[in-house]
Design a protein around this ligand. Sequence first.
Ligand SMILES: *Cc1c(COP(=O)(O)O)cnc(C)c1O
Length: 383
Amino acid sequence: LRATGQQQRDLVLVPASAHGTNAASAAGAGFSVTVVATAEDGSIDVDHLRELLAEYGQRVAAIMLTYPSTHGVFEPQVTEVTALVHDAGGQVYIDGANLNALTGLLRPGDLGGDVSHLNLHKTFAVPHGGGGPGVGPVVVKEHLAPYLPAGPAGSALPTDEDHDRGFGGAAAMGARFGSAGVMPLAWTYLATLTDADLRRVTLTALAHASYLSQALADVFPTLYTHRGHVAHECVLDLRALTAATGVTAEDVAKRLIDYGFHAPTLSFPVAGTLMVEPTESEPLTELDRFIAAMRSIRAEIDEVASGAVALEDSVLRRSPHTLAAVTAEPWKRPYSRATAAFPLAGMETDKYFPPVSRVDNAWGDRHLMCTCPPPDAFEAHEA
Ligand SMILES: *Cc1c(COP(=O)(O)O)cnc(C)c1O
């Protein structure tokens, strides 16, 4: 913007459905952030976008959008959105976190994107989680190439020229703080697959998500669908069930651990929902095992709904169950040990027990605790 004399562009548009990292990145780079509303079907509210562009057009530096959206649907009007922003003189940043739904089918640039990042830990076989910093390429169209923080070939180190453009910090940070160890994994994944394979990976991920969404529709309806389908993830809406029974999405997430599942994304991007992203890598038996667990949990919720079980005493609210809890004497819960630990037939042979039961997540987040041993513990070892 400085190079083209457009310093007045100080605003970044971020859809309400975006991941928090988008608004945070824009703010971190010194921009103001304006939120674009969500339409009823979960996509970007194009009318609101038009209003914002009419009012702030000359100030708009970029829009940061996710495709398919975080609501788990392909937005049919995405190219209209990107064209509107381009017409107003803004750039389009496509959040690349959902590339698992695009790889082999289309490129972010085909949608009108000028910049995109690829989360190696979301698309290229690298496990998501651990809370560490991510690492991955940032790709741009040619007109932005001169502004990339390019170090010497094969190196992530910034050059003097980068410092002149003010990019040294970003490149240096990537090199010093990124989880470089994930790169060989992503590289190996890509090296062992052909383009046709990658396309099949994507189609499989899409099929898996719609399969789950449709198989659970009568017990946990999907919030946003297009013509009955979702993209690579589905937002299961528990809000009506919560209003009727008091059973929360968190109760379901915790109870899933008893069934041997790591909980899906909780209350994001919509509070009171579970977002399920099965990916391409689960076999049909595993998808069906998940569906069986969710249907069984729905039956447990129905017992609360009918008044047969009080919510506070329910196997849902008192989940997850550790091995210590299940073997405790005397057993004082209104459901059986078997219901707690082996809610589905066949679980006895392959049971995962969580190490802790329900904790107060918010309390834990607000009270940091250092578990490092004191320095003298190391001295004693050396001696
Ligand atoms: C996960 C995610 C991000 C953030 O990526 P991280 O590197 O995991 O922090 C950004 N946008 C969307 C849509 C995501 O799903």
